[in-house]
Ligand binder design. Structure first.
Ligand SMILES: Cc1cc2nc3c(=O)[nH]c(=O)nc-3n(C[C@H](O)[C@H](O)[C@H](O)COP(=O)(O)OP(=O)(O)OC[C@H]3O[C@@H](n4cnc5c(N)ncnc54)[C@H](O)[C@@H]3O)c2cc1C
Length: 192
């Protein structure tokens, strides 16, 4: 899995603090005033001000099973590699770590089978948009996602939790690692 932070609001914490100060008609009087304000806002649940800053991630080498879960988050924008327009001949796939020994062999057979059937359908003239019906959830994909900081906090809380599925947990952790670098005061309390 590759998770690249490709863009974000410049000086995102200052941007949030400036917006919040409009509510109170206040000014930053000390160097750490913005940091303290952000901590206070999160603490009292005044999270709408976090919506003023956003981040964009380019996520690749993940399964379609992961992206199906990711796109359920509605306060976000997505652009995903299309199986209608991009040929999936010889597609790559994600192998769940729980598959060992015979289970792994069964899984690999299924992947090889899907590759072979997809290729046969394509050779028979079936368009990509229909041949893709034989592709598995394990199929690798790439997606660009933009979320504002409030939604990112929500996403990370839900998807880092131990009840979430292993692959999306890894994604949430990687996104959090990158966000803590650019906006520690907004995200560091989510580190488990
Ligand atoms: C562990 C786990 C298991 C899951 N299992 C399943 C499953 O078995 N089947 C399944 O279908 N889904 C499942 N989901 C997905 C889940 O139901 C949500 O669709 C997904 O997590 C998106 O989160 P969300 O709805 O909180 O928020 P988002 O879509 O990320 O929106 C953020 C917040 O905005 C608000 N909001 C957004 N849209 C509305 C709206 N229309 N009305 C009111 N408020 C809104 C809510 O406060 C929401 O929490 C699972 C999720 C998790 C984390």
């Amino acid at each position: 899995m590759k998770v690249k932070l490709t863009g974000y609001t410049p000086d995102p914490e200052k941007h949030i603090a400036s917006a919040a100060r409009v509510c109170y008609l206040s000014e930053a009087k000390t160097p750490d005033a913005d940091e303290k304000l952000i901590a206070h806002l999160i603490n009292m649940g005044h999270e709408s001000v976090l919506e003023h800053s956003c981040a964009t991630f380019d996520v690749s080498g993940v399964s379609r099973a992961l992206t199906h879960q990711l796109v359920r988050h509605r306060i976000a924008s997505f652009s995903q590699q299309s199986q209608r327009y991009v040929d999936e001949l010889g597609f790559e796939y994600v192998t769940p770590p729980s598959l060992e020994g015979e289970a792994r062999e069964v899984f690999m057979e299924a992947m090889e089978g899907a590759r072979e059937k997809y290729e046969r359908l394509r050779n028979l003239g079936v368009p990509k948009e229909d041949a893709r019906f034989v592709l598995p959830n394990a199929c690798e994909t790439r997606i660009t996602v933009t979320m504002n900081f409030r939604e990112l906090r929500h996403f990370i809380k839900l998807r880092s939790h131990k009840s979430a599925q292993w692959e999306i947990r890894e994604l949430a952790q990687k996104m959090l690692d990158r966000l803590i670098v650019i906006a520690p005061k907004v995200f560091e309390d989510l580190r488990v």
